[in-house]
Every structure is written in structure tokens, then in C-alpha cells.
Ligand binder design. Structure first.
Ligand SMILES: [Zn+2]
Ligand SMILES: [Zn+2]
Length: 126
């Protein structure tokens, strides 16, 4: 995972030769990328904003899920790993965080941790 780059999925109608920050959307809440909130890019131009990432980390680290934790057979939006991939990596029972807004948007714990580590290196984000 890394900060966003040009290979992204953009808002409909975006001119690929003239992409604005606001053309980049969070896959988990639909928010536009602004100066206020950092974005992290996953595979295939998928994105998560800092706010969703904070929510995900809180849910996955808390040990007391409040209903936004996905059961094992999900596919992570950010890394595209599915249940079989995680089983092969001995992470079969690892829960993911499901967006409360976008039903099929789920991120795995590993992505939440890697994205948080990437964000921690961003000097503009406390
Ligand atoms: Zn978001
Ligand atoms: Zn993942």
C-alpha cells in the first residue's frame, strides 16, 4: 500500500489527463479526497480515506465488534485476498471491517494495519 498515484479509479466523468483530488473517492464511504483527509491507495486504484481507516482499526483492534466486522468469507477491497487466499496464508479466521455504508466494501486486518503504517509516515496526518 502506498499514497495514491495516477493509476486510480476515479469519479465518473473524470478527465484522465486532468485528474483533480476531488475525483478520487474513498471506496468505503464515497468521500472525495480533500486536503483535510489523507487517502491510501490499495490495489487496482482502490482507496480508503483516513477516517474509514481509523474506524476500521478501532473495530478490528477492539476485540468487541459492534457489527461492522465481516465474517471470514469476504474479499478485501484493498488487496483482493479472499477466504481461500487467507487460509493459504494461515489467516483464515481473520476478521475484516465492513463499511457501514458500502455493503461490499470490506478490508482485511492486514490492510488496515499496513495502511495505518503508511499514514503514520505522512507528516500532514496526526
Ligand atoms: Zn472513507
Ligand atoms: Zn486486504
Amino acid at each position: 500500500l502506498r499514497a495514491r498515484s495516477a493509476s486510480s479509479v476515479f469519479k465518473p466523468g473524470t478527465n484522465p489527463d486532468d485528474v483533480a483530488m476531488s475525483d478520487v473517492l474513498c471506496d468505503f464511504c464515497g468521500r472525495e479526497w480533500t486536503e483535510d483527509v489523507p487517502f491510501i491507495e490499495g490495489h487496482r486504484g482502490r482507496h480508503v480515506c483516513g477516517r474509514c481507516l481509523e474506524l476500521a482499526r478501532a473495530e478490528l483492534a477492539g476485540g468487541a465488534p459492534t457489527g461492522d466486522v465481516a465474517p471470514a468469507p469476504y474479499t478485501c477491497v484493498l488487496c483482493r485476498e479472499d477466504a481461500a487466499d487467507r487460509a493459504a496464508l494461515r489467516r483464515a479466521n481473520e476478521p475484516g471491517w465492513r463499511s457501514p455504508i458500502v455493503d461490499d466494501a470490506v478490508m482485511c486486518r492486514r490492510c488496515a494495519e499496513e495502511a495505518a503504517a503508511a499514514l503514520a509516515k505522512d507528516p500532514d496526518w496526526q
